[in-house]
Design a protein around this ligand. Structure first.
Ligand code: GLN
Length: 275
C-alpha cells in the first residue's frame, strides 16, 4: 500500500482527508508536521505493519472515535496535550475562556486560580504557562482525568497543583479566579450520540444541562476574593440562563463572550465586597 492508496481507502470509508493524513503519519511514526513528506512519497510502498496500524485507525475513526484519542494528543492554546478516553478532547472554543481568564488576571500579581473539572488539564496548564507567577490549582472528580492532567503537567513542566474533589468542596480560597468548562449538555440532547466516545460525566449535567453550573455558581462566592472573577463555559443556548444565575447570586459585571463561531460560549462575573 502507498500513501496515495491509503488516502483513497480513507475517502471511501468517509474519513476526512486531513484526519487520514494525520492517522497515516501516526501509523508511520512520523510527526503531524510531515504532511509534505506524505505528498512527496505518494507512490512509495508503506511497511506492512504501518499499513495494518493505519487500517485499524481508519476503522475506529470511521466509527466516530475522536482523532485526538487515536493519535493520543491534542494541541490547545499552543500546548501539546496528551489525551485519551478518560478526558474530554480539548476544544478550540475553550481558548475563548482562557483568553478571558488571562485578561481578568492582567495587573494582578501572583494570582490564585482554580480550574474546576480540569480533564486533560487544558485550561489550568494554559494559564500556568502564560502566567508563571500564578498559583494554579486544578480540580476533577475523576481519578482517571487527574492521572492524564498530572502527566501533562509533568511533561510540560508546569506547576499546577491537582486535587480530586467535586467542584469547590475542598477549595481553600480566596481565589482571584474560578474558571471552569463543566459538563453542560442536557441529558436528552441528541448531540450526545456524536460525543459517545467521550466521558459522559464530562458532558452531561441534568435535564437542562445546568446542574453543575448551578452548583459552581452557588459555591463560588464563598471562595472568591473581593473583585475575583468566576468564568464559565456553557452551551450555545445557555448564555442568558447563566447570566441570570450569576446575577441572582450577586455577581457584578456579568457578561458573555463569543466563541470562534460567534456563539455566546462563556459567561462570567465578579464578586464585589458587599456594603
Ligand atoms: N463543547 C462540548 C460539545 O458540546 C461539550 C463540552 C462540555 O460539556 N463541557 O461538543
Amino acid at each position: 500500500m502507498t500513501p496515495a492508496q491509503a488516502l483513497q481507502q480513507a475517502a471511501a470509508a468517509g474519513v476526512a482527508r486531513l484526519d487520514a493524513q494525520l492517522l497515516l503519519l501516526h501509523a508511520l511514526g512520523r510527526p503531524a508536521t510531515d504532511r509534505a513528506w506524505l505528498v512527496a512519497h505518494d507512490d512509495e510502498a508503506i511497511a506492512a505493519d504501518a499499513a495494518q496500524a493505519f487500517q485499524g485507525f481508519l476503522v475506529r475513526r470511521a466509527a466516530g472515535e475522536p482523532l485526538a484519542y487515536l493519535v493520543g494528543y491534542k494541541e490547545f492554546f499552543g500546548l501539546d496535550l496528551q489525551v485519551d478516553a478518560r478526558v474530554l478532547v480539548p476544544r478550540p472554543d475553550t481558548e475563548t475562556l482562557v483568553e478571558w481568564a488571562l485578561e481578568v488576571l492582567t495587573g494582578r500579581a501572583a494570582p490564585r486560580v482554580v480550574d474546576l473539572g480540569t480533564g486533560s488539564g487544558a485550561i489550568a496548564l494554559a494559564i500556568a504557562c502564560r502566567r508563571r507567577d500564578a498559583e494554579v490549582e486544578a480540580v476533577d472528580a475523576s481519578a482517571g482525568a487527574l492521572a492524564v492532567a498530572t502527566q501533562n503537567a509533568r511533561r510540560l513542566d508546569l506547576p499546577v497543583h491537582f486535587v480530586q474533589a467535586r467542584w469547590l468542596a475542598q477549595a481553600r480560597g480566596p481565589y482571584d479566579l474560578v474558571v471552569s468548562n463543566p459538563p453542560y449538555v442536557a441529558a436528552g440532547d441528541e448531540h450526545l450520540q456524536a460525543l459517545r466516545h467521550e466521558p459522559r460525566e464530562a458532558l452531561v449535567a441534568g435535564a437542562d444541562g445546568l446542574d453543575d453550573v448551578r452548583e459552581i455558581v452557588h459555591q463560588a462566592p464563598a471562595v472568591l476574593a473581593s473583585g475575583g472573577w468566576l468564568l464559565l463555559e456553557h452551551g450555545w443556548d445557555q448564555a442568558a440562563a447563566v447570566r441570570g444565575l450569576l446575577q441572582a447570586a450577586g455577581f457584578a459585571d456579568v457578561g458573555s463572550r463569543r466563541d470562534l463561531a460567534g456563539i455566546e460560549r462563556c459567561t462570567g462575573g465578579r464578586r464585589l465586597e458587599q456594603g
